[in-house]
Design a protein around this ligand. Structure first.
Ligand code: HEM
Length: 141
């Protein structure tokens, strides 16, 4: 029973994390063409606050994911799908760290990337989400 509660909170935080992972690069797409003034400041505030919420989502996902793992069946530790999932989650956490470097770059007027670049990068969490959901649901190996 505890295991199911932990898993429910794990999924809750996954959704919170992904809301930010999807929306932050979108904000960057629109921020690219704004170079100063009140609008720039507004974008910076939105990005900073959204980054904090997204980080809470990531920490909750990790905390409840590990708790779900530790309270679940022993077989999980030996499952290939779980190892593959954890690898993808590490890549996703790296992507999260990269977003932080972009929030800073915009705040310091150092962004040199185009809107097209951020549109492309926006697909990274989409692909990782699809791969992770397929791994946890189908458990193919
Ligand atoms: C941060 C490290 C993570 C750990 C240690 C972890 C661990 C786990 C464990 C042990 C389960 C239970 C598996 C089962 O019910 O068969 C689970 C379920 C789940 N995880 Fe994670 N997870 C992590 C991150 C993520 C991420 C990033 C996502 C989404 C992209 C995700 C999506 C899910 C989903 C959808 C389930 C429910 C599967 C089901 O009930 O069939 N997890 N996780």
């Amino acid at each position: 029973m505890l295991w199911l509660w932990l898993k429910a909170f794990h999924i809750f935080f996954v959704i919170a994390w992904f809301a930010g992972l999807f929306y932050l690069p979108r904000l960057f797409v629109y921020h690219v063409d704004v170079h100063g003034g009140a609008e720039h400041e507004r974008f910076c505030t939105m990005e900073r606050r959204l980054y904090v919420m997204t980080t809470i989502g990531m920490l909750g996902t990790w905390a409840f994911g590990i708790a779900t793992l530790l309270s679940g069946p022993d077989i999980y530790m030996k499952s290939g799908w779980l190892h593959a999932k954890l690898l993808l989650v590490l890549i996703l956490s790296g992507y999260h760290g990269w977003l932080k470097t972009r929030v800073r770059a915009f705040a310091q007027h150092r962004n040199t990337k185009s809107a097209k670049f951020y549109r492309l990068m926006n697909e990274v969490p989409t692909l990782l989400l699809l791969a992770i959901v397929l791994l946890v649901v189908l458990k193919p190996f």
